[in-house]
Design a protein around this ligand. Structure first.
Ligand code: PGA
Length: 256
């Protein structure tokens, strides 16, 4: 794994931009896996700015999002469809037919999840999957206890996640109880992972992810098994690590 620690969120977001922008320039038809949440917002803002400066062309980029709430229509202000269009897609020249986000209103959720997996296969798999981590160690909406081999499916959200996301819905009660999420097995098939974590609230989960034993109770620990996992942290998120990545131990060649 390559772990990089930055002084603050802005520096972390600059680095994330450099990685994603380099891929888009080298492979204009790349397949990007996107994540929602507060953490990738700095990256998305930079991607929009890069597009406006004429540095990036999204016209052939294909995207797959990690998850979506069940029961929220795409136009709902808190849906992840809305989030992605508001923060990124509507500002760049992406082809809407290249955008894939699970449909939380699907009549047959199981069939929809199988279709979603098939779409990822059809385009040859995900080149780079952007990820966050929950304070409880979840990866996408793969909550503690998720099968480490899981595929895209419906999951019940944990209390901790509904509490963490209550800020967007006004109350915990208003947060949907279920979500469709790419599985851990699906995420692990991406050719590269780019996981971002910022802030003190993530420090314990980050430590468990990087230094703890691999466990379904901390789904993010699975990144230890990926052959190309790149983790960007700010100082606060890295504050509980024992292994000192500042000692020059983690170098670019450590990514494999
Ligand atoms: P956040 O969410 O970026 O809003 O902290 C990350 C997550 O829960 O996976």
């Amino acid at each position: 794994m390559l772990v990089e620690i930055f002084s603050d969120y802005e520096a972390l977001s600059d680095r994330a931009y450099e990685i994603v922008a380099t891929l888009i320039r080298r492979k204009p038809n790349c397949v990007l896996g996107f994540a929602t949440g507060s953490t990738p917002l700095g990256l998305y803002q930079r991607l929009v700015e890069g597009y406006r400066r004429g540095e990036l062309d999204f016209s052939k980029v294909i995207t797959f999002n990690l998850d979506e709430y069940v029961g929220l229509p795409p136009g709902h202000p808190q849906s992840y469809h809305q989030f992605m269009w508001e923060h990124l897609f509507q500002h760049v020249n992406i082809n809407p037919s290249n955008v894939h986000i699970p449909n939380g209103m699907a009549d047959d959720i199981e069939a929809h999840c199988a279709w979603y997996e098939a779409q990822i296969q059809r385009v040859g798999g995900i080149d780079l999957q952007i990820l966050g981590i929950g304070p409880n160690g979840h990866l996408a909406f793969n909550e503690p206890g998720s099968s480490l081999g899981s595929r895209t499916r419906i999951k019940t959200l944990s209390r901790a996640t509904r509490r963490a996301n209550a800020r967007f819905f006004g109350s915990e009660e208003a947060v949907p109880r279920h979500a469709i999420t790419m599985g851990i097995g699906t995420i692990m098939e991406a050719r590269r992972l780019l996981l971002l974590a910022s802030g003190r609230a993530k420090a314990r989960a980050v430590r468990a992810m990087l230094e703890g034993p691999i466990s379904a109770m901390v789904p993010a620990t699975i990144v230890q098994l990926h052959r190309y996992a790149h983790v960007l942290l700010d100082k606060e998120a890295a504050s509980e690590l024992e292994y000192n990545h500042h000692d020059g131990i983690s170098e670019p060649f450590d990514i494999h």
